[in-house]
Design a protein around this ligand. Structure first.
Ligand SMILES: Cc1cc2nc3c(=O)[nH]c(=O)nc-3n(C[C@H](O)[C@H](O)[C@H](O)COP(=O)(O)OP(=O)(O)OC[C@H]3O[C@@H](n4cnc5c(N)ncnc54)[C@H](O)[C@@H]3O)c2cc1C
Length: 480
């Protein structure tokens, strides 16, 4: 009898793992178990008035690097090429990003010339931060917070304005707590290998051009047109939906509404996967549920692993989608970020209509998304007070009015509190991963970890984690 692999979680990581398992020449029997009634996890797109698309989770995927190219390959293999909405390199959404500081929007410098010009809110041209970076010695610690790393190499302004905002934009997190080694591994490795981040990125980019990359017509088009990101016409949820259709066509059992409530080890090293009203047996389990969820499912024999995983926490984000009739933005770009010193609760605003006007509906209406979170939300959650839709909507509308001049009431508004949606790779995250890897290897547990909790939260990273987990199970990559 062939092997059975059970994949826990039907977010993009679990779906990607199932996809790569089911395509293998000698594919095992695959069962994917999702706790909710919906597949896709945080990837969720809903239709509004006139067919407008509102993303409740991710809204753009970057095509850069090998993982970006592999996601485009996946899109082509699923037959979605004609659905892709690219943001080309010459588009304002690719070129312009803003910071909201001191009550005003400031364009971040782009291109080499921008580095030599005065660029408020920074007091000096960013060339000086670059010069400091090139002359700063290599750090000696095995890990460092993003803030400390940026302050040491680029100076206090870049640390407290740019990197603070970036951490809020990508991780909804605090740069004084997040790990540079785990959140921005390319920066950390560039310093380690070349002493300077700038040199390392320049030389690394030159040498990475020689490594084999996947190739397809879509990948070549993305490269030729210098796409900064892309979406899908009906929203990014089209991707998990297409993966589900594919999995079903390959005979994968996709179970929905079946939260896994425990994992037990059977004699002979097989797993018993307990569901609410039954159980499954598996030769191997790929976990693509959050680390904190897995930590509670593991049996007593795996207590050290559960301990390491339970330390990987996550933060909540409130996503407020707003649509305005007859309104205009004061600037054209991808969106703006807000450093914590400016506003502890507003992480930033994405100008969805600039990047993807095709999703504005008919008649078109201006769509923006306000992301709320940070210490403001953490304090509210810790106090256990009422986290009301009205409070979040009011906060978001006020931010859109103050920061973008959108003073009229929106014609449409969606408010979603996503609890614990973004894992936090805090200082020392790498040690938690190492403890987990060592335990799995020493105990020879037939368990492989995938998902946003470990080595990257972006959709590309999650798909890559699912692909690598499948490769390990199939024996084409070591289980590390
Ligand atoms: C608001 C927001 C905006 C984002 N924006 C972007 C962006 O623009 N670009 C980008 O690249 N990335 C973005 N991301 C990050 C990216 O979307 C996520 O990191 C990624 O979707 C996570 O996928 P995952 O499959 O690892 O986890 P999840 O999506 O969390 O999937 C895990 C699945 O496991 C299921 N599950 C949980 N417990 C159990 C159980 N006991 N039994 C069975 N199933 C269970 C859950 O229901 C869920 O479906 C964003 C994330 C958020 C929250």
């Amino acid at each position: 009898m062939g092997r059975t692999v059970v994949v826990l979680g039907g977010g993009i990581s679990g779906l990607a793992a199932g996809y790569h398992l089911s395509r293998a020449p000698c594919a095992p029997k695959v069962v994917l178990v999702e706790g909710s009634e919906r597949l896709g996890g945080w990837i969720r797109s809903v239709r509004g008035p006139g067919g407008a698309v509102f993303e409740l989770g991710p809204r753009g995927i970057r095509p850069a690097g090998a993982p970006g190219a592999r996601t485009l390959l996946l899109v082509s293999e699923l037959g979605l090429d004609s659905e892709v909405l690219p943001v080309r390199g010459d588009h304002p959404a690719a070129q312009n990003r803003f910071l909201y500081v001191g009550g005003a929007l400031h364009a971040l410098p782009s291109g080499l010339r921008g580095l030599f010009r005065p660029s408020p809110p920074f007091s000096k041209p960013l060339f000086w931060a670059g010069l400091r970076e090139l002359t700063t010695p290599r750090g000696k610690d095995p890990d460092e917070t993003v803030h400390s790393f940026a302050q040491r190499r680029l100076g206090p302004e870049v640390a407290s304005l740019a990197m603070d905002s970036l951490c809020r934009g990508v991780f909804a997190g605090n740069s004084r707590e997040l790990s540079v080694r785990s959140c921005f591994p390319s920066l950390f490795q560039a310093e380690q290998s070349h002493r300077s981040v700038l040199l390392g990125l320049l030389l690394g980019a030159a040498s990475s051009g020689h490594s084999p990359r996947p190739d397809s017509a879509l990948i070549r088009q993305a490269r030729a047109e210098r796409w900064s990101q892309w979406s899908l016409r009906g929203g990014l949820e089209t991707l998990p939906q297409a993966l589900n259709t594919y999995l079903t066509s390959r005979g994968v059992s996709v179970l929905r509404g079946q939260p896994v409530c425990g994992l037990g080890l059977l004699p002979g090293g097989r797993w018993k996967v307990s569901l609410g009203d039954g159980s499954l047996e598996a030769d191997h389990v790929i976990s693509a549920v959050p680390a904190s969820v897995l930590s509670k499912l593991l049996p007593a024999q795996a207590a050290p692993l559960a301990h390491a995983l339970s330390a990987i926490t996550a933060v909540s984000v409130v996503v407020v989608n707003l649509q305005y009739r007859g309104a205009h933005l004061p600037v054209q770009g991808f969106g703006h970020l807000v450093p914590s010193s400016e506003d502890p609760g507003v992480l930033g605003i994405v100008y969805d209509s600039v990047a993807f006007p095709e999703q504005d509906g008919s008649p078109p209406g201006l769509r923006v998304t306000v992301m709320l979170g940070g210490s403001w939300l953490q304090t509210l959650e810790a106090r256990g007070g009422l986290l009301s839709r009205e409070l979040f909507q009011q906060q978001a509308q006020q931010a859109a009015a103050t920061q973008l001049g959108l003073k009229e009431p929106p014609s449409h508004c969606l408010v979603h509190l996503h609890k614990n949606c973004i894992p936090q790779y805090t200082l020392g995250h790498w040690q938690k991963l190492e403890a987990a890897t060592q335990f799995l290897a020493s105990q020879r547990l037939p368990l492989t970890l995938a998902g946003a909790s470990y080595e990257g939260v972006a959709v590309n990273d999650c798909i890559e984690s699912g692909r690598r987990a499948a490769a390990r199970v199939l024996g084409s990559e070591p289980n590390s």
